[in-house]
Ligand binder design. Structure first.
Ligand SMILES: [Zn+2]
Ligand SMILES: [Zn+2]
Length: 353
């Protein structure tokens, strides 16, 4: 079938193109896209000739012969794909699937893609292709949107929201009453702030240079917001607040912020990050003090289990991630990327249907 998708031209400008989309194979579904969020991974992967967009929500139009558990008209959230057969998948760690990077590059296991432009294959990042009117994806990428919340608000749950909340709830698993700081409060960091509140962390501290984001972090339950454009010694400020943190989460990948996180971390402290290229390498002494660092891809989220839990928390009013979302019509995709890159909008979502 013919579909409309936003692809970058040679000058890096998104233009609408008419693509061909194959029929779903026996383990795939055809989804009519409702909306798709703009994630920082899309920004990082620009210029790579992918069909971008991997925070997709939509409605199933057609299912392959072997698909079970989904039917046409089901409302779904599309996330990363896993094979379902490797050891990690069988052990319920689908985020560590042997084929995760293969799928990340938009390929089926046989190397093909359902999208093409004038006969030339187009690979959808993370096997999603959310910046298009329809997509064909693997059934393992789907989670039912079992909630009354509108599909367009749900789009970012499948990447940014899940990653931030999962890094806290699945990886750090903080003890109630202990201090936790989030460095970088974009959509991922703000989701982590909400999750830290749900876990009962006390206090929750947010660190960023953008005051609008920090205001939302405060609204989301951060008791202390540290603006890095006003405060010089961040770790000393944190120690003044609570004597140091037991848990830290970084989304910035910024070396200076990571160093401040390291200095603020108490003995036995657990920290992790998802910022591109950002790591803490603890010294032998720090290791002996029980300090640990991890980089939990997707926040160690198994979407089919974790997303329903987040949607229940949203229903109860404890996880109002929809407040981060700012909608753009599909044809304003260039503006949405510009605003995301400049930090003007926390979570731009393109409304496609
Ligand atoms: Zn993402
Ligand atoms: Zn697998």
């Amino acid at each position: 079938m013919k579909i409309t998708a936003a692809l970058e031209n040679d000058s890096g400008v998104f233009v609408m193109e008419e693509l061909d989309l194959e029929e779903p194979r026996e383990d795939e579904v055809l989804v009519k896209v409702a909306a798709c969020g703009v994630c920082h991974t899309d920004i990082a992967m620009r210029g790579g000739h992918y069909l971008l967009g991997h925070e997709t929500s939509g409605t199933i139009v057609k299912i392959g012969k072997k698909v079970q558990g989904f039917k046409p008209d089901d409302r779904v959230i599309v996330t990363y794909t896993h094979c379902g057969k490797c050891r990690a998948c069988k052990d319920n760690r689908t985020y560590e699937c042997d084929h995760i990077y293969h799928f990340f590059n938009g390929k089926r296991l046989d190397g093909s893609t359902p999208f093409s432009l004038n006969g030339k294959p187009i690979f959808p990042l993370m096997r999603q292709g959310g910046f298009s009117t329809f997509t064909v994806c693997h059934e393992n990428a789907l989670t039912k949107a079992a909630t009354t919340l509108d599909l367009k608000s749900l789009a970012p749950v499948g990447c940014g929201v899940m990653t931030g909340a999962g890094s806290v709830m699945n990886y750090l698993k903080p003890e109630k009453g202990k201090p936790l700081a989030v460095f970088g409060t974009g959509a991922v960091g703000l989701s982590a702030v909400l999750a830290a509140g749900i876990c009962g962390c006390d206090p929750v501290i947010a660190v960023d240079k953008n005051s609008a984001r920090l205001n939302l972090a405060g609204e989301f339950g951060a008791a202390f917001c540290i603006n890095t454009s006003e405060v010089e010694n961040i770790s000393a400020t944190i120690k003044n607040i609570c004597g140091g943190i037991d848990y830290g989460f970084d989304t910035s990948g910024n070396r200076m912020l990571l160093e401040q996180l390291r200095l603020a971390l108490n003995k036995g402290g657990k920290a992790c990050g998802v910022g591109i290229g950002g790591n803490i390498n603890f010294s032998c002494k720090e290791h002996r003090e029980g300090k640990t660092w991890g980089s939990p891809d997707t926040g160690w989220s198994v979407p089919q289990k974790f997303i329903p839990r987040l949607l229940d928390l949203q229903k109860e009013g404890k996880f109002p991630f929809e407040k981060m979302v700012h909608f753009y019509p599909f044809n304003q995709i260039n503006q949405a990327f510009k605003d995301a890159e400049e930090g003007k909008t926390i979570k731009p979502v393109l409304v496609i249907e």
